[in-house]
Design a binder for this molecule. Structure first.
Ligand code: NI
Length: 256
């Protein structure tokens, strides 16, 4: 059994064949999917989807790309969505200094406001950090994440960053890019981080694994991430599956 802790199932790339995608996920041992919002619309749609499928849970939040477009009352709207029992986290939130689709001060404000919301509701956070490692660490250490903790999604930092995140109680989540051959830094991090702090994800439809690069990613492929971790750590795949599943259930408080 595997948990894909980060997918975007309401993306239009899944509009035509979501049923088949979910069937393939289940055939490949994916027992739970955390479907992650990135703006108000996708967060709302994600809540609807989770009410339809009992193995799909939801995170709601504003991605840094969309930070500049939020309406003034977006925090109240997110808070309303969080009343639904299928909402298990605030995400994805954070900073993206690679594409800079929103001005940095606005990214920072919207990130911090959502961290405060997570604290208020005692929900874990799912964090997007792209080329903003220093600033993400600074904000997290100043603002203090919620007691419920969180995860750095698609972790791309170095060993020092991994340690800093773990010291703040965060899990590190790994995605398709670890299956590529020339990513030595992240491979070292996978080896050094205890399995008890690791989650696995696809970020579907993005970040397809080796062999499928450039194509649409889907939750069934999360097993390739688990297999790569098993290989790098030289442990059985079944152990990776069992421990990362327990980690995800612990973070998102999922009992099924
Ligand atoms: Ni994502």
């Amino acid at each position: 059994m595997l948990i894909d802790t980060h997918a975007h199932l309401v993306d239009r790339q899944f509009a035509k064949d979501l049923g088949a995608v979910l069937d393939r996920a289940q055939e490949n041992g994916v027992a739970v999917i955390i479907n992650v919002g990135y703006d108000l619309k996708s967060s709302f749609d994600a809540v609807i989807l989770a009410q339809k499928y009992d193995f799909i849970y939801t995170a709601v939040g504003i991605h840094p790309h969309d930070a500049t477009r939020v309406p003034e009352d977006y925090l109240n709207k997110l808070k309303e969505l969080c009343r639904h029992t299928r909402v298990v986290a605030i995400g994805e939130i954070g900073l993206d200094y690679y594409r800079n689709l929103s001005p940095r001060p606005i990214q920072q404000r919207v990130f911090r406001e959502q961290l405060a919301l997570a604290r208020e509701l005692n929900l874990p956070v799912i964090i997007h950090d792209r080329e903003a490692h220093q600033e993400v660490i600074e904000i997290l250490s100043k603002d203090k994440p919620s007691q419920a903790g969180g995860v750095i999604h698609c972790f791309s930092g170095d060993r020092e960053m991994a340690l800093a995140c773990m010291n703040m109680g965060f899990y590190l989540s790994f995605a398709g890019p670890i299956t590529f051959s020339k990513v030595n830094q992240v491979h070292e991090v996978v080896v050094q981080v205890p399995l008890e702090k690791i989650l696995i994800e696809t970020d579907a439809p993005y970040l397809a694994p080796q062999g499928r690069r450039g194509k649409r990613n889907e939750p069934a492929y999360v097993r390739f991430v688990g297999e790569k971790i098993a290989l790098l750590k030289n442990i059985p795949f079944t152990k990776v599956a069992a421990v990362t599943t327990a980690n995800a259930k612990n973070l998102f408080k999922i009992s099924s």
